[in-house]
Every structure is written in structure tokens, then in C-alpha cells.
Write a protein that binds this ligand. Structure first.
Ligand SMILES: Cc1ncc(COP(=O)(O)O)c(C=O)c1O
Ligand SMILES: [Zn+2]
Length: 417
């Protein structure tokens, strides 16, 4: 049974009066969940590894859910960790692995956190869940709320890709498109709405929800037969993935299940890179930026106020780094991942591959290092990024001659295009 010891402030140590309070009332910091795992023994890792359950819930003891009956699962987790031989060769890496989270139930990493978050909502007795989102979280909260029998109300900024709105709508969410900047106008309304209506908050300001992404760490160690990657690269917006993975690896280390930890890398679009900027300046907290337009829409976050500071701390403790990428590099990485590894990622997810390329080119990552790139969202989330031309869609006559001409014209062999 998952054993929630407490919610606790990671800055001042205060504990809240109730499990539904997510913010420290002394210093305003987002609280952190303390799950008691001390009872786990080395043999438990083997037992879990042998479990028929491939979802994140095979790691139940690490999550803040008291009762298995409260679990809301769509089979999230257990995603393939693929040795990408051809892509690795192109980038100069013999051991490049891709953690393919595009195959999660709603096509993005958000399902890891929302399965835990919505299970907790059920346990706490909430009936309505809400999130503000650049798109992926909206679809995920909608899906898990549907499975839980809860209402979902999701807020997205004007300009969000229609495919993401459609996904949330299809799962019964009330989708509200808001005219205004995501980090300021949408965020302000979101906080006011939670105060006013008492809805369950599914943002990174919810300490339970963040715990779900610890499963990245557990799954990697399990899938690599106990080996720990040298590097793990994560497309980063709010910082949840970096914080949670770090916590997951630390838990395994505390249990003696691993004896070293990976170096973590946050990959960001240079149009929205507050974590990378603060890391480079040696700051302990982020300075919000006004996020500019970028193809990496899903990670376009300029003010990661909840967990930005903890992501910075995790990157430093992990002897990691943060990398920023321009749109051209991101689209090249998206293209390479499709053409050389067979995985269609959305541009935001391609930042992890773009970051590896950059770090390998500068010699920071060695040719034989064991590298894992998290591929965090499916390409169909934002299909327009592929830039299909009218010419490609134009039908040809049903003749061999026309077919020959079309094949001749195709430049698809050029993988670096
Ligand atoms: C595709 C994709 N990748 C990565 C992230 C990164 O989020 P975080 O830094 O909170 O782990 C997000 C969410 O914003 C996303 O939608
Ligand atoms: Zn505090």
C-alpha cells in the first residue's frame, strides 16, 4: 500500500492542516509529498519487475495513493525504451535510447502525472478537475476525469492547436479558450477560478500529480536491467519532469537499488527558456520571461513559478545542464527522429534529440555514454509542423509513368532535410 507520510514544505518544513492544501501558508512554496518507502527491500524490485502489470501502478508503493481501489488508470507507463541504432550513428552515439512516451494513452507524458493526480482527486472526494494548458495536459486531464466520472474544465490560450482542443473535447471536457498571455492572463484567471469554485487543481502546483513522473526513473532502471543512464534529457516547461525524475532516482538510491545517478539535462526552446537562463546565470530561482512564439508549442512556458526553482536545484545536484534550441534545430531533430528511428514526435518532444546533438557536437556527451532522450509527445498533436506542401497532396494519374515521375521528384532520401 502506498503510504503518504505527509505533505511538507520543501523550503521551510511546515506541514499543512489538511491534505487538500497544496501551498505552504508560511512561505507560499508548493508543498512536496513524502511517501514512506522505508519498508521496501531489494527483493521487492525483483517482485515488481516480474509483475504482470506494465503500467506505472506496478510502482504503487512509491505513489501517494492510500487505496488501490482509488486508482484511475488507462494503462499509462511501461513505454518502450528503444535502442536507436541508426539515429545514434547519425549523432555519433553508440548507446542512444529513446523513451517513447508518444504511445501513452493520450499521446503525451502528462498521462503519467494525471493518472496519479486524478486518482488522488477521487480519494480526496473532488468531483471537478481543472487545468490550464498549452494543450497536452488538457487532453490528459479530460481523459482521466472521464474515466474517473469527474467533470473537467480546461483552459487553453487562444491559438492552441485545434487537434489538442479536439482531444480534450472528445473526452467530455468543457474547453475554455482564453484571449491573453498564457503565463499571465490565463494563469491569473485559473487561480481565481480555483479559489472561487473549489475545483481540483491539476497543474504542477498540485504536489500529488507531480509524483507520477517519478515513474520515468523507475522504468529506465528496470528496462536497462539495473543499469543507470549516464544522461537523461527531458523537454522542459514547468520543470515537473526534471524534479520528479531526480526524486525517483534518489529514492532508488536511498533503497540501495542503484548506486549512482544520471546527469539530467533540461532541453528548452530558446523562445521560452527561463530555466536554462537561470541555470546559466547560477541563480537559485527563475526569472520569468515573456515566452515568444516557437514550434515547440507544448513547452512554451515563460514563468514556471511552482517548480522552476526545484528543477534548477535538481539539475545542479545531478551535475546536469540546460540546453536551448532554435526552431530550425528542433525541426531537424523531429525529422531525424522520424526518418532514422521511426517515431513521429511533436516539435517540443524533439528538443531532447536536438539537445543531444548539440551536447555531442561540443563533446560534452561522449560517444559511448548511455543516453536516454524522453520523447514526450506524439507528432499528431501538432501535425501542421511537418509542413506538407500542396504538391505532396496533389493526386497523380493512376499510371506507372506518372508514378515513375513522382518517385523521381521525391527528395525524401535526404534525412537531414
Ligand atoms: C510534449 C511535452 N513535453 C514536455 C513537457 C514538459 O513538462 P515538464 O517540464 O513539466 O515536465 C510538456 C508539458 O508542458 C509537454 O507537453
Ligand atoms: Zn514553507
Amino acid at each position: 500500500m502506498g503510504d503518504v507520510t505527509a505533505l511538507r514544505c520543501p523550503k521551510c518544513g511546515s506541514q499543512p492542516a489538511a491534505p487538500t492544501i497544496f501551498k505552504c501558508n508560511s512561505c507560499g512554496c508548493i508543498l512536496e509529498v513524502q511517501v514512506d518507502i522505508d519498508h521496501l527491500a531489494p527483493s521487492d524490485l525483483q517482485t515488481i519487475s516480474n509483475s504482470r502489470d506494465q503500467s506505472i501502478w506496478r510502482w504503487f508503493d512509491f505513489f501517494p495513493i492510500e487505496n488501490r481501489n482509488a486508482i484511475i488508470s488507462l494503462g499509462e507507463g511501461g513505454t518502450p525504451l528503444i535502442h536507436a541504432v541508426r539515429l545514434g550513428a547519425q549523432l555519433g552515439l553508440s548507446r542512444l535510447y529513446l523513451k517513447n512516451d508518444t504511445v501513452l494513452p493520450t499521446g503525451s507524458l502528462k498521462d503519467r502525472s494525471n493518472s496519479v493526480g486524478i486518482s488522488k482527486a477521487k480519494e480526496l472526494g473532488f468531483t471537478t478537475a481543472t487545468v490550464m494548458s498549452t494543450g497536452n495536459a488538457a487532453a490528459s486531464v479530460a481523459a482521466y476525469s472521464a474515466a474517473a466520472g469527474m467533470r473537467s474544465i480546461v483552459m487553453v490560450p487562444a491559438g492552441t492547436a485545434p487537434s489538442k482542443i479536439i482531444q480534450a473535447r472528445a473526452c467530455g471536457a468543457t474547453v475554455v479558450v482564453i484571449d491573453g498571455d498564457f503565463d499571465y492572463d490565463v494563469a491569473k484567471l485559473y487561480q481565481a477560478a480555483i479559489q472561487e469554485f473549489g475545483w481540483y487543481d491539476c497543474l504542477s502546483s498540485n504536489p500529488y500529480r507531480s509524483e507520477g513522473k517519478k515513474s520515468y526513473a523507475y522504468e529506465m532502471v528496470d528496462q536497462l536491467d539495473g543499469e543507470v543512464p549516464d544522461w537523461v534529457i527531458h523537454p522542459t516547461a514547468g520543470g515537473t519532469g526534471i524534479c520528479a525524475m531526480w526524486k525517483g532516482f534518489q529514492e532508488f538510491r536511498a533503497l540501495g537499488w542503484i548506486n549512482r545517478q544520471p546527469r539530467l539535462v533540461a532541453s528548452q526552446s530558446e523562445a521560452a527558456a527561463p530555466i536554462a537562463a537561470a541555470f546559466d546565470k547560477g541563480l537559485t530561482d527563475i526569472e520569468p520571461v515573456v515566452a515568444r512564439a516557437t514550434v515547440a508549442e507544448s513547452i512554451r512556458v515563460g514563468n514556471p513559478s511552482s517548480l522552476g526553482w526545484r528543477a534548477l536545484a535538481a539539475l545542479r545536484e545531478a551535475d546536469g545542464t540546460a540546453v536551448t534550441l532554435g526552431d530550425e534545430a528542433i525541426l531537424t531533430a523531429q525529422s531525424l527522429t522520424g526518418r532514422l528511428a521511426g517515431i513521429f514526435v511533436e516539435p517540443a518532444a524533439g528538443t531532447s534529440v536536438a539537445a543531444v546533438k548539440k551536447l555531442r557536437d561540443t563533446g560534452t556527451i561522449g560517444a559511448d555514454d548511455l543516453v536516454v532522450c524522453n520523447l514526450t509527445g506524439h507528432g499528431l498533436k501538432q501535425p501542421e509542423a511537418i509542413g506538407l506542401t500542396d504538391q505532396e497532396l496533389r493526386p497523380i494519374a493512376p499510371t506507372l509513368e506518372a508514378l515513375r515521375e513522382q518517385i523521381h521528384k521525391s527528395t525524401d532520401h535526404d534525412v537531414t532535410r
